[in-house]
Design a protein around this ligand. Structure first.
Ligand code: HEM
Length: 470
C-alpha cells in the first residue's frame, strides 16, 4: 500500500527531477520494506496490475535508466503477486467471497445491490408520502402484476365511482372532484409501480449474474430469500390496504388501515432494505477492514456496544410505525410534557392491557418518545466510550456521524410533532429513520468479526505500525 500510494503521488506530480529522486527512494523502500511479509486481504488485484503497467509505460520514465525502471517494475510485480497470493490464501482459510470471477464481477454485483437498496429507500419514502397525503386507499383493487391506469375520462369516472363506495370517500372525502381523485390515485399508482419496478430491477440482473457464474450458492440463497420477501411485501401491502377499505367499527372512527398491518408493511420494508444493504456491503467488503491488531480488539469492544444500540434503533423505528398507524402524532403536540402532564392517565385504558401498547394513542406516543431518547442516549454513550477505545479512525468518524444523525432524527421527530405532522417534515423524519439505520448497519458491518485468517496474520505481524491501513 505504501508503495502504491508513493507511486500514485509520483504519477500525479510528474516532475522529472522529483521522479528520479522519488524513484530511487521508491526502489530503496521496496528493498527494505516489510510490506512483502505484511498482509492485505482485499487487494484490488486489477489496481496493482494497472499501476504496474502504467508505471512501465509512463512517458517520463522512458528517459530514465532502463535497469532502474525494470528493477522497480519487477519488485512491484513480486509484491503484487505476494499480496494476491495472500488473498487466495485468505480465501482458502476461511474468508468467504460472495462473488466469484474476480474484482470486475464483484464491482458489478456491488453496484447492482447498492442500486437496489437505494431503490427500496426511495420506495419507502414514496410510500410514506402516499400515506401522509391520504392517497393510499384510492385504488380499490389489486393485481399482482399491476395494470394500466385509467386512460380516458370515462375510465377515470368509472374508477372514481368505485372509490366513492369506500368508507374513506364517504366519511372524509365526500364531494371530492375527479381532478382531486386523480392526484391521490396517481400517488398510489406510482408507489405500486415503483415497487414492481424494483422487482424487475432486482430479478433481471440477478438472472444475468447467475448465468455469468458470478453468484455463489450462499449469495444466491440469500438473494432468493430477499426476493421472496420483496414479493411478499406486495401482498402485505394489499392486505394492509384492504383493512382500510372495510367499514370502521363505529361511526366515530375514521377509516384507516390497521396499525398492525401498517407496522408489518413498514418493518418488512426496513428488513428488506437492511438485508440488501448488508449483502451489498459484504460483496464489496468481504473482509472486515482492520489495520493493527489492537484496532481489531477495539472493534470487538465497539461491536459489543453497537449491536444493542442498533437493536434499539430498530425498535424505535417499529414503534414509530405504530405512531403513524394510529395517527398518534396528531395528539399531545407538546414536548417534553404530553399536554400538561408527563404521563397521560389513560395509557392503560384499553382491555386487554397489551392492546394499549399498539392501539392506545397516549401509550403508543409515550413509548416512541421513551425509545427515541433511549436511542439518542445509547448512541451518545457509544460515542463517548469509543473515545477511550483504540480503533480504526474511520470507525471513530462513523460513530461521530451516527451520533449526528441520531440528533438530527430526534430534531425531525420533535418538529414533526410540534408542527402537527406536515407531510414534508413527517416524510423527512421517515427518511431520517432509514438513514440512521443505514449508519448503524454500516458501523456494525465495519466492526464485524474478522476472519480467522486475518486475525492469524495480524497476530504474526510483530510491529503493528508497519501494517498499512486500507
Ligand atoms: C432516533 C429517534 C427516532 C426514530 C428512529 C424514529 C422513527 C420513526 C419512524 C420510523 C416513524 C414512522 C414514519 C412513517 O411511517 O411515516 C416515526 C413516526 C413518528 N415519529 Fe419518530 N423517530 C424518532 C424520534 C422521534 C421523536 C423524538 C419524536 C417526537 C417526540 C418523534 C415523533 C414521531 C411522530 C409524531 C411520528 C408520526 C409521523 C406520521 O404520522 O407520519 N419521533 N418515527
Amino acid at each position: 500500500m505504501f508503495a502504491v500510494s508513493r507511486l500514485g503521488s509520483l504519477l500525479r506530480r510528474c516532475n522529472r527531477t522529483t521522479i528520479v529522486s522519488e524513484l530511487k527512494g521508491f526502489s530503496r523502500a521496496y528493498n527494505e520494506s516489510s510490506l512483502q511479509s505484511s498482509s492485505r486481504f482485499s487487494v484490488p488485484e486489477h489496481c496493482d496490475r494497472c499501476l504496474i503497467s502504467r508505471f512501465s509505460s509512463f512517458q517520463a520514465f522512458k528517459s530514465l535508466p532502463k535497469n532502474l525502471v525494470d528493477h522497480t517494475t519487477r519488485k512491484m510485480s513480486t509484491t503484487a503477486a505476494v499480496l494476491n497470493s495472500t488473498v487466495v490464501e485468505a480465501a482458502n482459510s476461511g474468508l468467504k467471497l460472495l462473488v466469484t470471477k474476480g474484482p470486475h464481477a464483484q464491482k458489478a454485483v456491488g453496484i447492482w445491490l447498492f442500486g437496489c437498496a437505494a431503490w427500496v429507500f426511495s420506495l419507502v419514502v414514496l410510500g410514506g408520502i402516499t400515506r401522509l397525503t391520504r392517497s393510499g386507499l384510492s385504488m380499490t383493487d389489486w393485481k399482482f402484476t399491476g395494470g394500466l391506469p385509467p386512460l380516458t375520462q370515462e375510465e377515470w369516472v368509472q374508477e372514481f365511482e368505485k372509490y366513492q363506495q369506500s368508507p374513506e370517500y364517504k366519511r372524509i372525502n365526500k364531494g371530492m372532484s375527479v381532478e382531486d381523485f386523480k392526484f391521490i390515485y396517481w400517488m398510489e399508482y406510482a408507489h405500486r409501480m415503483w415497487g414492481r419496478g424494483l422487482g424487475l430491477v432486482f430479478s433481471f440482473p440477478f438472472a444475468y449474474f447467475i448465468a455469468k457464474g458470478y453468484i455463489t450458492r450462499q449469495l444466491g440463497l440469500r438473494l432468493s430469500a430477499l426476493f421472496a420477501l420483496g414479493a411478499g411485501q406486495g401482498l402485505i401491502g394489499w392486505w394492509m390496504v384492504k383493512s382500510g377499505l372495510e367499514e370502521p367499527r363505529s361511526e366515530w372512527v375514521q377509516p384507516r388501515v390497521s396499525p398492525y398491518r401498517l407496522a408489518t408493511h413498514l418493518t418488512s420494508a426496513f428488513v428488506i432494505y437492511c438485508g440488501i444493504l448488508w449483502t451489498a456491503l459484504s460483496v464489496v467488503m468481504p473482509e472486515a477492514p482492520s489495520g493493527a491488531l489492537n484496532w481489531v480488539h477495539g472493534a470487538t469492544k465497539i461491536r459489543r456496544l453497537a449491536l444493542p444500540a442498533s437493536f434499539i434503533v430498530g425498535l424505535t423505528a417499529v414503534s414509530g410505525a405504530y405512531v403513524a398507524g394510529n395517527d398518534a402524532g396528531h395528539a399531545y403536540n407538546t414536548f417534553p410534557k404530553m399536554g400538561d402532564v408527563w404521563i397521560p392517565d389513560d395509557i392503560f385504558s384499553m382491555e386487554p392491557l397489551i392492546r394499549n401498547f399498539f392501539e392506545n394513542t397516549s401509550l403508543v406516543q409515550l413509548n416512541h418518545r421513551i425509545l427515541a431518547m433511549t436511542t439518542l442516549s445509547a448512541i451518545g454513550a457509544l460515542w463517548f466510550a469509543s473515545r477511550r477505545i483504540e480503533v480504526h479512525p474511520a470507525v471513530q468518524s462513523l460513530i461521530g456521524a451516527t451520533l449526528g444523525m441520531a440528533a438530527l432524527q430526534v430534531t425531525l421527530g420533535l418538529s414533526t410533532l410540534l408542527m402537527y405532522v406536515p407531510t414534508s417534515l413527517a416524510s423527512a423524519h421517515q427518511a431520517g429513520a432509514l438513514t440512521l439505520l443505514t449508519f448503524m448497519l454500516l458501523l456494525v458491518h465495519t466492526v464485524r468479526k474478522p476472519s480467522p485468517a486475518l486475525l492469524k496474520s495480524l497476530a504474526s505481524v510483530s510491529k503493528p505500525s508497519t501494517v498499512k491501513v486500507l
